[in-house]
Design a protein around this ligand. Structure first.
Ligand code: SAH
Length: 479
């Protein structure tokens, strides 16, 4: 993050606006809306100021600003588009220790002006860090459409109960859970449907119930959520909603950093893939931790790569939760096989190539793979191998030994769906050597079967919006 987002209280304080055109008028207007006293400097104001001039908080000076004008000033805007004047304003502001922003002159800006969605008292500010204001404006427009105007009134309504709730519910967690249930539950529904009286009655009823229960420890809940293979756009809406509600998150090594940024900022984070001193936490400890936290009344987010029920040990965790009477919800995620196959342009089934697809795991133990080879050697079937990178050598040898055609196509997809996705293709005979020669480090998925050949036709379309991937693919092909 290049800038610190804050909302400044400027009520009754002076803001200088130097300029008389449209950008100056917009800045003056926004400052007036926030309750500031605005001093506008310019010999000739545009017609846009006609209504603003009627505002008692605006003072007009038909001259350039001077150092003495900066007394009691908190912010200065320059919007004259005159280099000398911008520079002079910047220097005077610095001398007076006042935050300054000169329109379109980055090196004269202490802060940037965001695009704003105003549902006062709810305000959303969007910034592109000065890189692409147009993107901030497009996003602002989308948010405008998403947010009914009533949200502003709902915010005010909720604000009216804040102190009452503070007095009745003692801990921050209790208050947060109460507000989440209230706003996303019937109270919010009543209010947004235009019935504030019913919303108020319901809110007080819910509050009294919550207050009566506040001294007895409440049972929390576990959300077992599939985070998909990496690209955060592949999360489900439900996953995102629960990620925003969690008090504590237990996450795996496979959950991408991009996805972790979407978890509620204040949620406690426990990396159970790499616990302190880099030891992986054993499964029993993870499950025990979930049970303990839930019994403390926490909302526990168990975030897993891909889908929790596909080689994710989700079933074992749930058995333990059920045995301890801990309530839970399971949210499926896109498993690595679907994600990697789609992003690499390899359909897992295809009328002309494969009528079935099996997902297997190839954890090698003492150089032996305990697999049902007879069911795997089938030219009309795609085999997808999870956790197989380390044993790719013996895996391919065993496939050949058990009679798979040496020319059977195979692909290895590394970091599938992520910006650093790499794909190596070959045959079951040479795929291991090709991977050894590549920069692949995992997590990686192996796909075996004739569907792999379809990639040549499809990848440019499936990857057309990922120019980085194209470059990676070119690089791989020269190996
Ligand atoms: N529950 C997960 C799988 C966990 S097992 C799911 O449904 O996807 C871990 C294995 O999944 C890794 O060893 C690798 O084979 C595969 N995997 C997970 N994410 C991947 C990714 N982004 N790219 C390639 N393989 C991935």
């Amino acid at each position: 993050m290049d800038h610190l987002p804050i909302f400044l209280d400027v009520k009754g304080k002076t803001i200088i606006v130097d300029g008389g055109g449209t950008p100056a008028a917009r800045r003056a207007e926004r400052a007036l809306n926030a309750g500031a006293k605005v001093s506008v400097f310019c010999p000739n104001l545009s017609a846009e100021f006609d209504t603003l001039l009627m505002n008692a908080n605006l003072t007009y000076f038909p001259r350039a600003p001077e150092q003495s004008d900066f007394i009691d000033c908190v912010v200065a805007y320059g919007a004259t588009e005159m280099d000398d004047r911008d520079e002079a304003l910047y220097k005077m502001a610095k001398h007076a220790n006042v935050l300054v922003n000169i329109a379109d002159v980055t090196h004269y800006c202490d802060f940037i002006t965001p695009s704003v969605v105003d549902r006062s008292p709810l305000v959303i500010a969007v910034s592109s860090g000065g890189n692409a204001p147009i993107i901030a404006r497009i996003l602002r427009a989308r948010i405008e459409v998403m947010l009914p105007a009533a949200y502003g009134r709902l915010t005010k309504f909720v604000g009216g109960f804040r102190e009452t709730v503070m007095a009745k519910l003692k801990t921050t967690d209790q208050r947060r859970h109460f507000w989440e249930n209230t706003i996303e539950g019937q109270v919010g529904d009543f209010f947004l449907a235009g019935n504030p009286e019913a919303a108020g009655i319901r809110l007080m009823e819910d509050l009294n119930i919550a207050a009566a229960q506040s001294d007895t420890p409440q049972m929390g809940e576990v959300y077992l959520v599939g985070a998909g293979p990496g690209d955060s756009d592949l999360l489900t809406f439900k996953a995102l909603r629960l990620m925003q509600r969690a008090d504590v998150v237990l996450y795996d090594r496979l959950v991408s950093p991009e996805i972790m940024t979407l978890v509620r900022r204040d949620a406690e984070r426990v990396n159970v893939g790499k616990a302190p001193r880099q030891h992986t936490m054993v499964q029993e400890d993870i499950t025990q931790m979930m049970v303990t936290l839930a019994k403390q009344g926490k909302r526990v987010l168990r975030l897993k790569g891909g889908d929790p029920f596909i080689f994710g040990r989700g079933g074992e965790e749930l058995e333990e939760l059920a045995a301890n009477s801990v309530p839970f919800q399971v949210i499926p995620g896109i498993t690595a096989a679907s994600g990697c196959a789609s992003y690499a342009g390899i359909p897992l089934t295809h009328r002309d190539h494969a009528q079935s697809c099996v997902l297997i795991t190839a954890h090698g133990k003492d150089g032996v793979l305990d697999l049902d080879w007879n069911s795997l050697i089938n030219p009309a079937q795609t085999v997808v191998v999870y956790m197989g990178l380390g044993s790719l050598d013996i895996l391919s040898q065993q496939f050949l030994k058990h009679g798979l055609d040496p020319a059977t196509p195979a692909a290895v997809i590394d970091n599938g769906t992520r910006s650093n996705q790499q794909v190596v293709t070959g045959t079951i005979s040479d795929i291991h050597q090709k991977v050894v020669n590549s920069a692949i480090k995992g997590p990686a998925l192996i796909i075996i079967g004739s569907v792999v050949t379809l990639r040549d036709e499809l990848r440019w379309f499936t990857e057309s919006d990922k120019s980085d991937h194209k470059m990676t693919l070119h690089a791989q092909e020269t190996l």
